[in-house]
Design a protein around this ligand. Sequence first.
Ligand code: AMP
Ligand code: MG
Length: 406
Amino acid sequence: MRSVREAREQILSHFQPIPDWLLLPIEQADGYVLARDLHTDAFYPPFNNSSVDGYALRAEDCRQTPVTLQVVEDIPAGVAPQKSILPGQAARIMTGAMLPEGADAIVMVENTNHGIRATGEAAPHQVQVLQAVKPGENIRPRGMDLAPGSRVLQAGHRLRPQEIGLLAMLGLPQVEVTRPPHVAVLSSGDELLPPDQPLQPGKIHDSNSYSLAGLARRAGCKVTQLGVAPDNLADITALLNSAVRLGVDVILSSAGVSVGAFDYVKAAIEQNGQLEFWKVNMRPGKPLAFGAYQNIPFFGLPGNPVSAFIGFMVFVQPALERLSGLQTEELPRVSAILEEAVESDGRESYLRAILQTRDGIPHARLTGHQGSGNLFSLVQANALLIIPSGVKSLAPGARVEAWPIG
Ligand code: AMP
Ligand code: MG
């Protein structure tokens, strides 16, 4: 049986970034992956400006303070100054306003005899500077943050609100992003009902469609939920075919890939595609199939809700990231101190846990019983503890690797 690492590497070898890209208005681009490196040909700030409310002046005029200067202009933000500052002169200037010619420093209003500001108050004719300033003080020079030729953003970066703001700052109302992968999600099982139907004896609600669709959306994908196929080959094949007609990039199904008498998903893939493997040496989530259905990459996740979720995080997420063109960074892992004894059967295990920092040290405890159907314990968890293969028990106080899941 494949180890988690072997299975993941084999899966990833089948995925390449989608070459298509879209031009999106920046207000719609949050969460998309940048398609190209972005260089700037602009200076930022675009002009020398003041970082404070104060008086623009010549630093040499106020080596000895107090000194009285003549105020020759009032420069609010958004206005180009009209005058040059000559020896003995100053201009009142607001934060973000353009530095006038001749001035080489700004004294904060608090360090003048006009320290109390009233909105709407006109500039005085004279100002007394109470404290010396150095040349350049309180000035944000043109190009201080960005100069022409700087690489501003890197292709493969997932855009966040701060990048969207930066694009706007540079006057770029649109941005090229990679086309998000389109993922079809389906469930299989005679016992499954949609959440809007009342339960009947022997039935349960389909939860996997919803948690898997949510995970795929959070991974930046377009998702189509195809619903539930009953446990027979014809219906499963029909649902898989509808995914093919949609032209999806990935098919995600859950259940029907273990060794039960009604596990037809595996059979459907074998008939119309290739199954690369259907077992991984992990817990939870051993029955996990990967292959292709009519040349579309196919993941057959386990049926148990926690197994399906963890199978997504461990195998599907990295594949979707590669498809999206995302330059993935190493996932954050935390070394934590175990607060209770943990048993494992020697398979690489992913246990639901609460990670909590006490006295600056991360501690971890389990969220109740670890049955792979216990979705509630995943809801209570904020981390998965990764118990390496071969480890059968850990005592309280042992160091354990935790994967924060938010
Ligand atoms: P199976 O892989 O079909 O043997 O299913 C394993 C377990 O997962 C069974 O208890 C199923 O009832 C349960 N299960 C399968 N699919 C879902 C689903 N979509 N939502 C919730 N539970 C499911
Ligand atoms: Mg089943």
